[in-house]
Design a binder for this molecule. Structure first.
Ligand code: NDP
Length: 336
């Protein structure tokens, strides 16, 4: 077996005066360069998520050590395993678990990972489709699970999805619509994306600016549940509109880290603000999420949701996702 392969490696920027302290480039590595983990994987695909945008552009301090191989997702085939749970030929996925932060990630034709971090791929999906879902889609599933576990059913009323044209939002719409919920999609790209979001299952598409305004502590009740990937002022405004004992599954910060809200929705309406973290979610929760994804994802809808790009496009793609220009999902073909 040829021991060399390509990877997108993040390193210290040699220009110490530059604003971005790290830069990424495609490098040739050797098997011996890989971390000392117990499963060697031939990677087929990774994907592009908001956090990947921060890493590949050097705009976020995500990498905790350098050099770092980027990519918070990977899907591929086991080549060698020192762990009995996995054999050569198994198709597997890793989402998060510190990939691209503290562990080398999926922008690489080969990677060594900890067997505890793997999920066996359901036969329903090939590796390309698994990465079309990726961390964004699996996080959307975690949000929907939180809504279901809270007891919200389609009869309780409309569910709002923010950041609707992005990765988490698009998949959340598909999943909620498939489960029979009436979905309202909030987007900054109504003209460009309305048809697509309706096609995914949204029954209403609204301009996100409606939520980007200060709100009274409580407003009229509108939403039985919310999948929120934007945070900031929109989340504060939306909290004031959630129905009595409704729930917001909050996973993102595309509109900002702050939350200029009040306790009124919690203490007067019993609203639940449920934080969603995909990175360190338990194996049990991941397995449940991937099982549900295999039952709920319509592969034709999924096909309409993503494009495939090579690793060489990562710097431009990183800028695009940070500026909200990416629609749906981007799969990264590490072998192109
Ligand atoms: P995307 O860039 O694909 O989607 C984000 C969407 O947010 C954009 O498409 C846009 O949707 C909307 N948006 C962008 N900027 C703003 C703004 N200033 N105000 C309001 N809305 C805005 O990213 P992902 O879907 O991959 O991730 C979404 C968020 O979720 C990110 O913050 C990411 O870090 C977070 N995330 C968190 C995870 C976790 O484990 N907690 C896991 C995965 C993601 P539109 O054009 O429709 O308005």
């Amino acid at each position: 077996m040829n021991n060399t392969f390509k990877a997108f490696v993040i390193q210290q920027n040699p220009d110490s005066a530059a604003k971005q302290k790290t830069i990424g480039s495609i490098e040739t590595l050797n098997n011996a360069d890989l971390p000392d983990e117990n499963v060697l994987i031939k990677v087929d695909y990774s994907s592009l998520n908001y956090k990947d945008g921060l890493v590949v552009t050097g705009k976020g301090r995500i990498c905790r050590q350098l050099p770092m191989v980027g990519g918070i997702d990977l899907a591929g085939t086991v080549l060698e395993s020192a762990d009995d749970r996995y054999q050569a030929g198994d198709q597997v996925v890793v989402n998060g678990y510190g990939l691209s932060e503290s562990h080398w990630g999926g922008y690489s034709q080969r990677q060594r990972v900890n067997a505890d971090h793997l999920v066996k791929l359901d036969a329903v999906f090939n590796t390309e489709q698994a990465m079309a879902i990726g961390t964004a889609g699996y996080t959307a599933m975690l949000c929907v699970m939180a809504i279901q576990d809270h007891g919200v059913t389609p009869e309780h009323g409309p569910v709002l999805v923010t950041g609707a044209a992005g990765g988490v939002g698009s998949v959340a719409i598909m999943l909620l619509a498939k489960l029979g919920y009436q979905v309202t999609a909030s987007t900054g790209r109504v003209d460009a994306c309305k048809a697509k979001l309706t096609g995914l299952g949204a029954s209403e598409v609204v301009d996100r600016e409606a939520f980007n305004v200060e709100s009274k502590p409580l407003a009229g009740e509108k939403w039985a549940a919310v999948v929120d990937s934007v945070g900031g002022q929109p989340l504060a405004t939306i909290l004031a509109q959630v129905n009595y004992e409704g729930i917001v599954a909050a996973c993102g910060l595309a509109a900002g880290m702050s939350l200029p809200s009040s306790v009124a929705p919690f203490i007067l309406r019993g609203v639940t603000l449920r934080g969603i973290d995909s990175v360190m979610a338990s194996q049990q929760r991941r397995a449940r999420a991937w099982k549900l994804l295999s039952e709920l994802i319509d592969l034709n809808h999924l096909a309409s949701l993503y494009c495939i790009e090579p690793m060489s496009a990562l710097p431009q793609l990183g800028e695009a996702i940070l500026s909200g220009q990416v629609q749906g999902r981007v799969v990264i073909d590490v072998n192109a």
